[in-house]
Design a protein around this ligand. Structure first.
Ligand SMILES: [Zn+2]
Length: 241
């Protein structure tokens, strides 16, 4: 499995959100702090705001998945680890449409969270506006609140959109695969979506290199390689094209 840094450790944190067990692997904190540094944080309050914002945002995203997995008969659980979060369906309906809705529910939960924060800003007399790819608002007195809100809005909008790209195993890639298997001829369902996945991942990695975004370039480069290897293995197991 891709990025399989999931082995239980003694530093794991366990708790539940409603009926859903959550485990946080120590790799989650390490990567979150590295990302904070990469996104320009320098003050302690900025690091704390970033870690809190990634924790809440990724948890909300995974809860979106688990609510629907439970709706479709699963006993889901959540893992937060170095590469974000995973929601394990544990018996959820694996037919295409339930799986598509389960995959969509993660990004939708993040968009809803961003919409609620924007609604609260409006109610507080603010006029948030979308400028240069991010929401801006009248600063509050507290630097921590300003940075935290900025990160929350940025993460929930942008990570949700990136997650919807048709790259396996991101949510958009899972949706594309379900649709591909349903709509394309049998010999092309998996192959076609793996090929699209590989090309889009390579394209995003290329753009990230141009924009000097090392983390995104590495992440999408690894995704492209993983899709390439899966495609080769798939062709090998099924004969030639
Ligand atoms: Zn997801």
């Amino acid at each position: 499995m891709l990025f399989s840094d999931q082995v239980p450790t003694r530093a794991d944190i366990h708790f539940s959100v409603g009926p859903f067990p959550v485990r946080i692997h120590p790799g989650f904190w390490v990567v979150s702090l590295l990302l904070a540094a990469g996104s320009g944080a320098s003050l302690t309050s900025e690091f704390v705001a970033w870690v809190l914002a990634t924790l809440i945002s990724i948890l909300a995203h995974e809860l979106g998945h688990t609510v629907l997995q439970r709706h479709y008969g699963g006993r889901p659980s959540i893992l937060l680890y170095s590469f974000g979060g995973l929601a394990f369906g544990n018996g959820a309906d694996d037919r295409p449409w339930p799986q598509i809705l389960i995959s969509l529910a993660g990004p939708v939960a993040g968009f809803l969270l961003a919409a609620i924060l924007l609604g609260l800003l409006y109610l507080g007399g603010q006029q948030p506006s979308w400028i240069d790819g991010t929401f801006t608002f009248e600063p509050f007195d507290s630097l921590f609140i300003n940075v935290f809100l900025h990160y929350m809005l940025w993460i929930n909008v942008w990570w949700g959109l990136l997650n919807l790209l048709p790259i396996y195993p991101l949510d958009g890639g899972q949706i594309a695969r379900e649709l591909g298997v349903m709509l394309l001829p049998p010999q092309w369902g998996i192959r076609g979506t793996l090929l699209v996945s590989l090309l889009v991942a390579a394209g995003v990695a290329g753009l990230a290199i141009i924009n000097d975004n090392l983390y995104r370039a590495t992440l999408f480069g690894l995704l492209a390689m993983d899709n390439y290897q899966t495609l080769l293995a798939y062709n090998h197991s099924r004969g030639s094209w």
